[in-house]
Design a protein around this ligand. Structure first.
Ligand code: NAD
Length: 247
């Protein structure tokens, strides 16, 4: 595992699920880790799992679709840690429905968190990264952003939009020493997938070459790779972590 000792990392949506595993992996690799999410209680519980690794830990309740929240969070992280090296845009929501039944409010809500939130938090982080002429952004997209998915028009558009943002950011920020990449997970083993009936699980897995769901650790390993010096000449890339579901 790459060494992130002394590196200062933000993981949005780091209170649970994939974001928490990403945050724990960075903490285990020696980083100072700041997490934000919408639920204060969940953030506190998550922070307790990060502290034993010995780096600094910072939490803040943030709505990533608010520019003021994003700026205040980045400013506070810099105050606490001294700088910012890595941003992982992981916060995300779904509000699924077939397009004909999808409300405008549900369309707006998902785009606001997943896509606009990525834009706003990156913009806030860039102020720090541009000044020191180095930095690293990893966006958590999804396989459905590459292949489409019935019943998720808002989510798919947001995740495809994150891929467009990743490539545009890479072109805009490369000359300032900032690399920007995306990870596109397939099915990930979560409480949601655990609760699926066996036959639904089997059907989903039949399309996956590796015949298992990803663990959150599978996703975190890809994020740490892209954020590490091992990926020093990689930018604008979308790393598929989907077990061969889509190639
Ligand atoms: N779970 C999967 O199978 C899967 C597959 C592909 C991609 N992804 C993506 O991975 C990411 C994490 O997924 P997960 O399953 O761990 O989700 P989750 O629902 O378990 O956690 C989402 C996190 O985002 C935070 N969040 C939600 N809205 C926010 C807002 N407005 N401002 C700040 N934080 C906010 C929540 O507080 C929480 O910490 C998401 O972007 C998701 O789209 C998940």
């Amino acid at each position: 595992m790459a060494d992130f000792k002394g590196k200062n990392v933000i993981v949005t949506g780091g209170s649970r699920g994939i974001g928490l595993t990403i945050a724990q992996s960075f903490a285990q690799a020696g980083a100072n880790v700041a997490i934000c999410a919408t639920n204060e209680q969940a953030l506190e519980t998550a922070a307790q799992t990060l502290q034993p690794f010995g780096g600094k830990v910072f939490t803040q309740t943030v709505n990533v679709s608010s520019p003021e929240d994003c700026e205040s969070f980045v400013n506070n992280v810099v105050k606490e840690f001294g700088s910012l090296d890595i941003l992982v845009n992981n916060a995300g929501i779904t509000k699924d429905n077939l397009t004909v039944r999808m409300s405008e409010a549900d369309w707006d809500a998902v785009i606001a968190v997943n896509l606009k939130g990525t834009f706003l938090m990156s913009k806030a982080a860039l102020k720090v990264m541009f000044k020191k002429r180095s930095g690293n952004i990893v966006n958590i997209s999804s396989v459905v952003g590459e292949m489409g998915n019935a019943g998720q028009a808002n989510y798919v558009a947001s995740k495809a939009g994150m891929i467009g943002l990743t490539k545009t950011f890479a072109k805009e920020f490369g000359s300032r020493g900032v690399r920007v990449n995306a990870v596109a997970p397939g099915f990930v083993q979560t409480a949601m997938t655990d609760a699926l009936p066996e036959d639904v699980k089997e059907k989903a897995l039949s399309a996956v070459a590796l015949k298992r769901f990803a663990t959150p650790q599978d996703i975190a390993k890809a994020v740490l790779f892209l954020a590490s010096e091992d990926a020093s000449y990689i930018t604008g890339h979308v790393l598929a972590v989907n077990g061969g579901l889509y190639m």
